[in-house]
Ligand binder design. Sequence first.
Ligand SMILES: C[S@@+](CC[C@H](N)C(=O)[O-])C[C@H]1O[C@@H](n2cnc3c(N)ncnc32)[C@H](O)[C@@H]1O
Length: 509
Amino acid sequence: MGNIPAKFLAKMKNLLQAEYDNFMSSYEWPRVYGLRLNPLKIDADQWKQLSPMGENVRPVPWATEGYYYKEDERPGKHPHYHAGLYYIQEPSAMLPVELLDVRPGHRVLDLCAAPGGKTTQIAGKLKGEGVIVSNDNAAERTKALAKNIELSGVRNAAVLNEEPPALVPAFREWFDRILVDAPCSGEGMFRKDEGMAASWEKHSVERCTIMQRDILENASAMLAPGGLLVYSTCTFSPEENESQIADFLLRHPEFRVEEVRPPGGISPGRPEWIDAAASRELGADTTASLAGTVRLWPHLLEGEGHYAAVLRKSGETDSPRASLAIYEETQKEIVTPAVKRKKDKKRTEEARHARGGKSAVSEDDPISAWRKFAAEELQLDESAEAIHYGSIVYVPSVQLPSLDRLRVVRPGWYVGEAKKGRFVPSQALAMGLKRAESKRSISWNAESEEIQRYLKGETLFVRPEEMDIAQGAAAKGYVLVCVDGYPLGWGKYVDGMLKNELSSGWRQI
Ligand SMILES: C[S@@+](CC[C@H](N)C(=O)[O-])C[C@H]1O[C@@H](n2cnc3c(N)ncnc32)[C@H](O)[C@@H]1O
C-alpha cells in the first residue's frame, strides 16, 4: 500500500495515537467480500437449499441479510446474481440502512443513491409497500442505479437525477426516512480501491465537507416531523463525520442524535475530535451524544472504514403509514378528460426532457396497450394505475407529488413500451414479477446449458410441455424465462422456438 498519501497517514497518527500501529496493520490484511440476499426474492433458508455457496458463507453481524463469501466463489458470475437473488456489497456499507429502521409503508428518500446498493437494501425492507425515491445528481450513474433497482425486482421505486435543492419544493417534509450516503473523501476505501487513495487530494476533505453540509441541509427540509435521517460516509476524517454532525445540530436544534448500539466490533463516534468552539456552543450533553454515532474501523472488524449517524427530527411520533391506502385516497385528484389530456401532454414533455431533448414518439393510448397485455399475458393481482411518458408505461406504487420540472429517470415501475399498436414488456417487468404472475414460463436449473445459452442471448428450442402455461392460454407468446424458478427475462415462443428477448445490456457475452 505504497500509495497512501503521507498527509493522510500523519493525520491518522495524530488522531489514533497508540492505536495507530494497529490501524496500519489492517492495510496488510486481505480484503473481505460481502453479498446481501434480496428478501424480495429469497430468504436465507431457501438460498442455502438452492445454492452450494449458501453452505460456505458467514453472516455479517450487523446486517440481517448480509454474508461474507470467499473471493474464489465469484458470485457475480452466477445465474442467481442475474436473477437478482443477491447484491454484492462491501460488508460495512450494509450498516447505514440497518440503522434507518425502514418499515413497510414508509416513504423513503435515498438522496445520494448511485449505484444503488443501499436503495436495493431499503427496497427489501419496504417489502413492496410504500415508496423509495432514489436520487443521484450524476446522470451517468443513475443508469447503473436504475439497472440495479430493476435487477433486484423492485416495483416501488422512483429514480430521479437532481441536485438536492431542486427536490425540496416537491418533497418538503414528505419522507419518513432519509438516507444521506454522502459523497466523501473515501479514506475508508483505500484498502479496497487503490484509486481512491490516488484521488484523495482531488476530493479534498474541505470540498467534501461543504458538499455534505449542503446535502444535509436540503435533506433535513424533506424529512417529516418524527422521521429519521441516517448520514453515512466511507471516510475517517472527523470534519466529514462527527464535526459535520455537530455543525448540523448547531443549525438544527429540532434534530437530536439517536444512540446506536450495534453488535460486532462497531465503535462509538469520537466527540473529542470536534473542535473546542463547536463543542462549547453545542453544550456538554449534545457533544456527548456524538458518541452515539458509530465508526467502523478496519482493524476492529471485518469490513472497510465507515461512519454513520442516526438523527431524529422532533415532532409527532413517527409510524409507518398503516392507513396508507386511505392517505393516498385523500391525495388523489379528480381527473376530468380535459385535465387528463393536459397531464398526458405534460408527461410527454417531461419524458422528452428526461431523455435529453429527444422527441418521445407517443403511441395511441399506451395505457390501453399495457392493460391488454397485462390481461392477456399476466396474472397480476394489481389494481395500481399506470401512467405513461410518451410511449413508455410505468406503474407508480404511490402517488408522488408533482415531478414537474424535475429530471425523472423512472417515475415508477417501468413495465414496457407501446410500439405500433403492440406492447413490448420491459426487462424491469420480467425482473419484478414472480414466476406465477406470468401466464407462460419456463425454468431451468442454474447449471443447465439452457441458462448459459439464454444469458448469452441465444435462441433456444423448447417443447410446449416444458413450459408452464396457465389454463386457457396458448403456447405462443411471451414466456418468462427463469433460473430455478426466479425470472431472468423474456423469451417469445413460436413453433418450438424460444426467441431470446433478453435486453442487450443484460446479456453475458
Ligand atoms: C457514496 S456514493 C453513494 C453510494 C450508494 N449510496 C450505494 O450504496 O450504492 C455517493 C453518491 O453521491 C452522489 N452525489 C454527489 N454529490 C451529490 C449531490 N449534490 N446530490 C446528490 N448526489 C450526489 C455521487 O454521484 C455518488 O453516486
